[in-house]
Design a protein around this ligand. Structure first.
Ligand SMILES: CC[C@@](C)(O)[C@@H](O)C(=O)O
Length: 597
């Protein structure tokens, strides 16, 4: 299939004299959209705008407004915009979990980017999974692509104090348990954390992933932190539209940007911002789809020792507007590069290197972004644990509170280890049902475990590992117990849980063998997590696994639940559709798709 006089892939649809009937058929329907034959047969690139905002996705809904400025930017730079919807991915709306839909949105976007006449794409990102699903698809198809963040909400306030989206839920939940709030007061306090359009103003998964998209070089420098309602966000939308047209002309593709060095930069940025424990799942997934070697171990070796610089909730005090005013991602990367922690040679979407983008960058408020020589915490990244409970799980070091450290990590002989008897819950229903039962005997030495919450078990991998202690313990001053699980945790949570355990219980991981009353030992220095149960007993339990199978893998409720369960991998390796990984750079390797008629 050849297009007349153009290297643009869209011209094989719109200007293919070798196949005039198909050319006419493709052209006439886009004439109905309002485009002219002249435009479609010109040398002007057709740019998709992958619209992730909708009434179902309020976090990204402002993209409906921003897209108009993106279109103007595309037109001003000589391109032709075509907006289309993506599968809705609202973290707080989708049951059983948006984790189930990330791969569905990915698969769907791959088909759209590959199968329609698009030369480049603006990926509108925001709420947690909208970022990875879009970047994963852009990686697979590998046409020029740039991400545009919708931006965080304005800061939340309640009685003169900052209230952060998500983070306030966990605090308010404790106040409700203590009887300090009634139900109506609880709902009001939580709502105060989300005062405007945009995604969580805390360093939850959304701010994390949008920051990391910028750190990877996939969006314009300085763009991630701009709050959604600010006028700067509109300007950024217009600039992004202009940038993608230039990217198509330069043929700058995700594979030119998403190198291993770019991922290692992003891992270090994740530590410095106090980023979400969901980040390894998503970054590892993007890396797999672009064909870059990235393992869970890389998060330990590259990120664990990096200090915390950003003072945002849940690890710190401030919120999104403060992050933007203090300098956002460029200020963080500027500090990290002073310590040699950023590879400045990495290419970014605007055609410049990271080092070039960082020229003249500085912190504007060092209470919010700390200089590298005065961090909030040293060695504040994610640590990766393993043992007979799982092969890999992550723990966020930046959120280990003084209360937690004092209670669990204060033995002078062994300051990095703690032991406790576990109480095992099979899914969140079981947990909610039983957590306040006095007979469970939960005290400050207990460890709470939840299983059946992973990519296969839930299915999709739900944010249910952050479990509050029983109300009676909270009233006695114990605000957090150690939690372990094969599910995820909200990035807005300040709980130092052990998360994303792989392999999960549902595929026979160690957690499936654990029983209430067992003793578990966590050693952060040795990076180990083990149940202190002898091998013979574990063998007996292995033979008896069928007893827990139904509770950790409930029946699928939808076709996609069943399909994903059959195809998905574990969190440690990105929880991707395994059979999709071999499809890389398909716009180049597979050439063009066949004609439709
Ligand atoms: C409730 C907060 C969310 C929706 O952002 C959460 O998914 C996160 O990980 O940050």
């Amino acid at each position: 299939m050849t297009a007349a006089g153009s290297s643009l892939r869209s011209r094989s649809w719109f200007n293919n004299p070798a196949n005039p009937d198909m050319t006419a058929l493709y052209l006439e329907r886009y004439l109905n959209y309002g485009l002219s034959i002249e435009e479609m047969q010109s040398d002007r690139p057709i740019i998709g705008i992958a619209q992730s905002g909708s009434d179902l996705v309020p976090c990204n809904r402002h993209h409906l407004v921003l897209a108009e400025r993106v279109k103007e930017g595309i037109r001003d730079a000589g391109g032709i915009p075509i907006e289309f919807p993506t599968h809705p991915l609202q973290e707080t709306g989708k049951r059983p979990t948006a984790g189930l839909d990330r791969n569905l949105a990915y698969i769907s976007l791959v088909e759209v980017l590959y199968g329609y006449p698009l030369d480049g794409v603006v990926l509108t990102i925001g709420c947690d999974k909208t970022t990875p699903s879009a970047l994963m698809a852009a990686a697979t198809v590998n046409i020029p692509a740039i991400a545009l963040s919708v931006g965080p909400m304005l800061n939340g306030w309640h009685e003169g104090e900052r209230t952060g989206a998500g983070t306030i839920v966990w605090k308010a939940r404790q106040m409700l348990a203590k009887g300090e709030l009634d139900y109506a007061g609880f709902l009001k306090l939580v709502a105060s954390g989300s005062p405007s359009t945009g995604y969580c103003n805390t360093m939850g998964t959304a701010t994390t992933m949008n920051s990391l998209a910028e750190a990877l070089g996939m969006s314009l420098p300085g763009s991630a932190a701009i709050p959604a309602p600010y006028r700067d966000r509109q300007e950024c939308a217009w600039e992004t539209g202009r940038a993608i047209v230039e990217m198509v002309k330069a043929d700058r593709k995700p594979s030119d940007i998403l190198t291993r060095e770019a991922f290692l930069n992003a891992i270090r940025v994740n530590s410095a911002i106090g980023g979400s424990t969901n980040a390894p799942i998503h970054l590892n997934a993007i890396a797999r789809h672009i064909g870059v070697e990235l393992t869970l171990e890389d998060w330990e070796t590259t990120g664990a020792d990096v200090p915390l610089l950003v003072n945002l909730q849940p690890a710190g005090e401030y919120l999104g507007e403060d992050y933007y005013r203090a300098g956002g991602v460029p200020a963080v990367m500027g500090e990290l590069s002073k310590a040699g922690l950023i590879d400045g040679a990495v290419l970014t979407a605007n055609g410049r290197t990271v080092a070039e983008n960082l020229v003249g960058v500085r912190i504007h408020d060092d209470k919010v972004i700390r200089p590298i020589d005065r961090p909030l915490k040293e060695a504040a990244g994610l640590t990766v644990l393993s043992g007979n409970l799982f092969e890999g799980a992550v723990m966020k070091l930046s959120v280990i509170s003084d209360e937690f450290r004092g209670r669990y990590l204060s033995d002078p002989a062994n300051p990095d280890a703690f032991e406790g008897n576990v109480v095992v819950f099979d899914g969140p229903e079981d947990y909610h049902h039983r957590i306040d039962e006095p007979d469970l005997g939960i005290d400050e030495n207990s460890i709470l475990v939840i299983r059946g919450a992973g990519p296969v078990g839930y299915p999709g991998g739900a944010e249910v590992v952050n479990m509050r202690p029983p109300a009676a313990l909270i009233r006695a001053g114990v605000h957090a117990l150690p939690c372990i699980g094969d599910g995820r945790q909200s990035g807005t949570s300040g709980s130092p849980s052990i998360l994303n355990a792989s392999p999960e219980a549902a595929v026979g991981g160690g957690l499936a063998l654990l029983r209430t009353g067992d003793r578990v030992r966590i050693d952060l220095k040795a990076r180990s997590a083990n149940m202190l149960v002898d091998e013979a007993e574990l063998d007996r339990r292995r033979a008896d696994l069928a007893a827990v199978e139904d509770t950790i893998t409930p029946e699928s409720q939808t076709p996609w639940q069943e399909i994903q369960r059959d195809l998905v991998g574990q969190f440690a390796t990105g929880a991707v559709i395994e059979s999709a990984v071999k499809y890389q750079r398909i716009a180049q390797i597979k050439g063009l798709p066949r004609d439709s008629h």
